[in-house]
Design a protein around this ligand. Structure first.
Ligand SMILES: [Zn+2]
Length: 68
């Protein structure tokens, strides 16, 4: 599993496939983006933490979900 491209301190939970190259994010950094109003919407899940991110996204964003 790749490490987070932002903090390099945690394994990635999701991968932003809208970025080139695709950018891995850990749960903490991905959640921070949701809180900041700039969530990753075009992503693939990496394991169970990806499912947790999907729930954070559903709770913290008014954007339509692309997956789930
Ligand atoms: Zn991170």
């Amino acid at each position: 599993m790749p490490e987070c491209a932002n903090c390099h301190a945690a394994p990635a939970a999701i991968e932003d496939i809208g970025a080139e190259p695709p950018r891995p994010w850990c749960p903490g950094c991905a959640t921070a983006l949701v809180r900041a109003g700039d969530p990753v919407l075009d992503y693939c899940r990496l394991g169970v933490d990806g499912d947790a991110y999907a729930r954070v996204l559903a709770a913290g964003s008014t954007e339509a979900l692309l997956f789930g």
